[in-house]
Design a protein. Structure first.
Length: 386
């Protein structure tokens, strides 16, 4: 085993033993290198101010760690481990408080980009939240911005999918080992992300996701990005934790306002009210805030020159103004169904229970509304208002 591999293996050993950023800082400050600290006596570790519980964990790691097995696990999952000392460790992440001493990466690309936006929000996204998430993410993606999120249901899933559809890298930050995809229904999405971006985690292979890991992983999510966008979040949402991490990391935080009657927008509206986040009401406004828009209003890819629009020929006829299309009229029954779909996608059975209408009537009404362009079917038997 080479010296570099052995040094890296010792970082992995101490990380698996539970030592975090403050412990690694203590060891590097006292011994200069993890390899030098590896041979230190318990007394020397205590004199370096390492907590007794971590001294015991350190001793256990030295006695039981199998470097060959740890490296084999990484190779089996086509993953790699980046430490603070590696040149390809993300610079944006290196500067935050409590940056992970080891970052596990799995995918075609590393998690370091010139332009990256973290996109977070509720798992229970409404039709409104879905629409604005798709529009905002598509616009920044077309400007060449990588999208970072947490692979959760709802807003996270939409953000990753839109990035993939627009051909930009996307990064999913996990709350367990690098192979611990949660929720399992997003396993296919995770595999697509690996092909166009990467999965990252601060936890070694085999560590399952735990509830208390999710709030901590959010600091990595915001730390990898230049700015964080909160699409839709209720009170107490994990997305608010991410926004607070970003605010503490002195990164820009933006929030899309929502209806005062929507529970899913209570958190985003609160961020705006408390001045933790800046309100953005259109994708173009977000791009302006991120300096992605030129004076011409175009969205150039990074590194491409901005071209001024050509002047129209003198004889060119002005374009006729666009005519707004009237909203289709709806019957009383159609209005009742739309009312219940306003809060978010619902199964046909849920619409029946909420509206008090019969299944046959609800099904027929939904078909009519779909033809009118007022609802869409998200998945079998589940409809959302447009």
């Amino acid at each position: 085993m080479s010296d570099d591999t052995e040094e890296r293996a010792r970082w992995l050993a101490l990380r698996r033993a539970g030592l975090g950023s403050s412990n690694f800082s203590i060891l590097l400050g006292a011994f200069g290198a993890i390899g030098a600290a590896w041979d230190a006596t318990p007394r020397s570790l205590a004199e370096a101010d390492l907590d007794p519980q971590y001294i015991r964990a350190f001793e256990k790691a030295r006695a039981t760690f199998d470097a060959g097995r740890e490296i084999e696990l990484l190779e089996r999952h086509e993953a790699r481990a980046l430490t603070w000392l590696d040149g390809d460790y993300p610079e944006m992440l290196r500067t935050i408080p409590q940056s992970p001493p080891v970052l596990f990466v799995r995918g075609a690309k590393g998690p370091q980009f010139d332009q990256a936006l973290a996109v977070v929000g509720t798992r229970h996204v409404t039709a409104y939240g879905r629409q604005v998430c798709e529009e905002f993410c598509a616009t920044v993606a077309r400007a060449g911005v990588a999208i970072i999120s947490g692979l959760a249901r709802g807003v996270d899933t939409i953000a990753h999918r839109v990035a993939l559809e627009n051909g930009v890298p996307t990064v999913a930050v996990l709350a367990g080992g690098i192979e611990q995809v949660y929720p399992r229904e997003n396993l296919g999405l995770a595999n697509r992300i690996r092909e166009q971006g990467c999965l990252v985690s601060e936890y070694p292979v085999g560590i399952p996701a735990r509830p208390d890991y999710f709030p901590r992983r959010n600091r990595i999510l915001s730390g990898l990005a230049r700015a964080t966008l909160v699409v839709e979040a209720g009170e107490g949402s994990g997305a608010l934790h991410t926004a607070n991490w970003a605010f503490e990391q002195q990164r820009d935080v933006f929030a899309i306002p929502g209806s005062v009657y929507s529970r899913q927008s209570a958190g985003t509206n609160q961020l705006i009210r408390e001045h933790t986040a800046r309100l953005v009401s259109s994708p173009e406004q977000l791009c302006e805030e991120l300096n992605l828009v030129s004076a011409t209003g175009q969205f150039p890819l990074p590194g491409q020159p901005v071209r001024e629009p050509a002047s129209p020929a003198p004889s060119a006829s002005p374009r006729p103004a666009a005519v707004a299309q009237p909203r289709p009229e709806v019957s009383e029954g159609e209005g009742r169904v739309l009312h219940w779909l306003a809060e978010g996608p619902l199964h046909v059975d849920e619409v029946c229970r909420a509206s008090g209408l019969a299944v046959a009537e609800v099904s027929a009404t939904l078909q009519i509304l779909e033809l009118k362009g007022l609802v869409r079917q998200d998945r079998p038997m589940v409809y959302a208002a447009l």
